[in-house]
Ligand binder design. Structure first.
Ligand SMILES: [Zn+2]
Length: 374
């Protein structure tokens, strides 16, 4: 049954998230459940081996099912956490959680609604308290995001030289394209902490505005050196925290206004390289997980996915999953796979590598209409 009432399921899951998430997401290391709040390897970005940026909320995991990764973002409840981990849409997630609670049909749902009513006062009291905590926490996160964005400047600003040097090293020269400054900016000095929350230094940083459901959700950061190299830190690309009423899943870095055709890829460098070659704006979706979960804005009728070609095939698998989901929604979709092969010993190639090694010759010919527009 796909149309469970999410509120009924959410209330039923209150206090049960530990068992639900353990069963539905065995990819989360057991240590995270044994000691809530303990940092473990992120099941999404670390491949289960390196890093320990992921944790389940210490204070209220059983009640909310929330957790966070220092690199991938914050997921304030079990639904959001599962959508991100499993690549499920919201109805599927609600259905899976309902299944774990033994709710199979509308009869079960009716009975559960009655049970929920009996627990309502108890749960409401705990929730009210948590809500107050969450509000304070959200204010801190929002304040931080606002401060970073307000302190940032367009890439054309004289102080943004490290960003321009970095992009130039990737043969990207469109840092002054009008409109880019709405989504891609530069911060002269942002603090960087590793996954153990140890201070690694302050660095010049490219900041990207990640929007979801038509609203800003958070900021993605690329830490650099003053000379425009990747900063010498554990992980030079990181997501900021996300307020509890926003989500990164489904979102994108909108480097241009939405049109009928949308071009998307994973990284910023890839997006700007494709724009250099094809003369069309491309939206970075940050990583393979978020690419798979992308929700095009209203009015988009076709999506071209410029996939990464990884040895692990993560990029192509994510692109194909997005393509299948978009076709189901009636949105036309095609996947563009880099035209070069993966060099020995490399993790993969993307369209930024195509641009670096082959320039225009590595790309398909520009469609006529777009050639005129660019
Ligand atoms: Zn992560």
């Amino acid at each position: 049954m796909k149309n469970f009432d999410a509120r009924v399921v959410k209330t039923a899951a209150f206090g049960q998230w530990d068992a639900i998430i353990q069963r539905l997401a065995p990819e989360i290391p057991a240590a995270a459940f044994k000691k809530l709040g303990k940092h473990v390897a992120c099941p999404i970005h670390s491949g289960g081996t390196k890093g320990d940026g992921f944790k389940l909320f210490k204070k209220d995991f059983a009640e909310t099912g929330g957790g966070m990764c220092n690199t991938c973002g914050t997921f304030h409840d079990g639904f959001k956490l599962l959508m991100w981990l499993k690549g499920w849409d919201f109805p599927t997630t609600v259905e899976e959680v309902a299944g774990e609670l033994g709710l199979k049909n509308s009869n079960d749902q009716r009975e559960q609604r009655a049970i929920n009513r009996d627990r309502e006062a108890e749960i409401a009291a705990i929730r009210a308290q948590r809500l107050a905590d969450e509000k304070a926490e959200d204010e801190r996160i929002r304040g931080n995001l606002k401060r970073i964005w307000n302190e940032s400047v367009p890439l054309t600003d004289p102080i943004a030289e490290p960003a321009r040097l970095y992009l130039a090293s990737r043969k990207i020269r469109i840092w002054d394209r009008p409109g880019l400054e709405r989504a891609v900016r530069f911060h002269p000095s942002l603090n960087c902490y590793n996954e153990d929350q140890e201070f690694e230094g302050s660095f010049p940083t490219i900041v990207l505005l990640v929007c979801s459901e038509g609203r800003p959700a958070t900021i993605h950061r690329h830490y650099l050196t003053p000379k425009g190299e990747k900063a010498p830190v554990e992980n030079s690309k990181k997501m900021c925290e996300v307020p509890s009423d926003r989500q990164v899943t489904g979102g994108a870095v909108f480097t241009s206004m939405a049109a009928e055709v949308a071009d998307v890829c994973e990284g910023l460098e890839t997006a700007l390289s494709i724009e250099m070659a094809m003369g069309i704006p491309v939206w970075p979706l940050v990583n393979a997980t978020l690419l798979e979960l992308f929700e095009p804005p209203k009015g988009v009728k076709a999506v071209r996915i410029w996939a990464d070609k990884d040895v692990t095939e993560t990029g192509i698998r994510a692109a194909n999953a997005l393509k299948a989901r978009l076709w189901e929604k009636g949105i036309k979709c095609m996947v563009m796979i880099p035209s070069i092969s993966i060099p020995e010993g490399a993790k993969g190639v993307d369209w930024a590598d195509v641009w670096m090694t082959m320039g225009l010759f590595g790309f398909p010919q520009r469609p006529k209409a777009e050639r005129v527009a660019s």
